[in-house]
Design a protein around this ligand. Structure first.
Ligand SMILES: Cc1ncc(COP(=O)(O)O)c(C=O)c1O
Length: 390
């Protein structure tokens, strides 16, 4: 896709001008359409987090916190990793608090990549990966996840490894497809990392949004991976507080130390009150996390059913709050043009997944809808989408 040049912007960031989310959200505002494009819920998360943030502010916790994050949050992250995934991290040397997963990803890639290094990413990929890799002066090499189940070819993964490969960037549960990588798929990735002595960076921000009895397997739990994996997550999705931007990195001390060196010059520290809130969230009982997943799965069923009734091919998903469809049964082939016309045609906004691919053809007919909204909003969206074919 030819993009206009952005004045003043450095060469390596050309093409990253305006995200599709900004364009589609502006369309939603301009047309009054239901925004199922951008990935944020329309209800607040648990009251316990709100109270913890307010209490921290009232208690005067309003100055720079420690660079690695406040001890209660680092303790809570370590306890959470142990409670849910059986992973043990030292909260003092193996946990780093960041300004959301986004900063964790940027700081990690800037810390680990030399100019000219290569990173293997699975496409479609979350857009910040490409930008952070470009900022680092590195190159991405894509392995394509293909519908209907968004699996990948292990041969393609092996073929993507070169002498310059340094990092494999993994995201499971996966945005935008909703795919939860199976243990076997993760084992294949782990084998490649071990064989070629690569570092894995895993983005697990949707770790608690997993449905249908699927299991989330953190890559760091697999043989040979504990000390070569940088595990990244955040509070945004697990606690429906995406605007609070509290994230963290877990890895062995040398890796955390490298990431921290960069992180301190990006944001220095992350907002103290929100760190107290995230700590409270991570300590919520198991029932909170189970109920969140049950509720999201029922919303998934509602929207996926509506999309199927509207005539789309709906690809199965078992994690995140995204579902992808193929628009070809509706006589459409270009997801970008389709999404630009959708608000006008039926008052709903979605995102073309082509923007998350290097192989634009592979993503052209695919569109992502977000179902983490209130039921009544999804019900109205389903009614509107039906109007597309009637
Ligand atoms: C896969 C993935 N990683 C990271 C993020 C960003 O997380 P945060 O808001 O914690 O920076 C998102 C947000 O949508 C995401 O979908």
């Amino acid at each position: 896709m030819d993009r206009p040049r952005t004045p003043y912007l450095v060469e390596r960031m050309q093409g990253f001008g305006t995200t599709i989310f900004a364009e589609m959200s502006a369309l939603a505002t301009a047309t009054g359409a239901i925004n199922l494009g951008q990935g944020f819920p329309d209800t607040d998360g648990p009251a316990e987090l709100v109270e913890a943030a307010i209490a921290a502010i009232r208690a005067g916790d309003n100055q720079y916190p420690p660079g690695i994050g406040i001890a209660p949050l680092r303790d809570a992250v370590a306890e959470h990793q142990e409670r849910f995934w059986g992973l043990s991290f030292d909260p003092d040397t193996e946990v780093l608090v960041t300004a959301g997963a986004t900063e964790a990803i940027a700081a990690t890639l800037l810390a680990l990549l030399e100019v000219g290094d290569e990173v293997i990413v699975f496409e479609p990929y979350y857009d910040s990966y490409a930008a952070s890799i470009a900022l680092a002066g590195a190159q991405r090499r894509c392995v394509t996840l293909r519908p209907p189940d968004y699996s990948f070819s292990v041969d393609a993964l092996r073929a993507a490894v070169t002498a310059r490969t340094r990092v494999v960037l993994v995201n499971s549960p996966h945005n935008p497809t909703g795919k939860v990588l199976s243990r076997a798929e993760l084992e294949a990735i782990a084998a490649v990392c071990v064989e070629h002595d690569l570092i894995a960076v895993t983005d697990e921000v949707y770790e608690h949004l997993v449905y249908d009895g699927c299991e989330h397997v953190p890559l760091a739990t697999l043989a040979g991976m504990r000390d070569r994996t940088v595990t990244i997550s955040s509070a945004g999705k697990s606690f429906s507080m995406t605007g609070w931007k509290t994230g963290w990195v877990c890895a062995r001390p040398e890796l955390v130390s490298a990431v921290r060196t960069v992180k301190q010059f990006l944001t220095y520290v992350h907002g103290a009150p929100f760190q107290h809130a995230a700590a409270a969230g991570l300590r919520l009982p198991d029932a909170y996390f189970e109920e969140l997943a049950v509720e999201m799965a029922s919303k998934r069923d509602l929207l996926a059913g509506g999309l199927a009734d509207a005539g789309f091919v709906v690809y199965p998903q078992s994690g995140t709050y995204f579902v992808t469809v193929d628009i070809r049964p509706l006589g459409e082939t270009d997801g970008l043009a389709f999404c630009r016309s959708l608000p006008e045609r039926c008052g709903v906004v979605a995102v073309p997944t082509a923007v998350f691919y290097d192989d634009a053809e592979a993503g052209a007919p695919l569109v992502r809808f977000m179902f983490g909204k209130r039921r009544e909003v999804l019900e109205e969206a389903v009614v509107r989408l039906k109007g597309l074919t009637s």
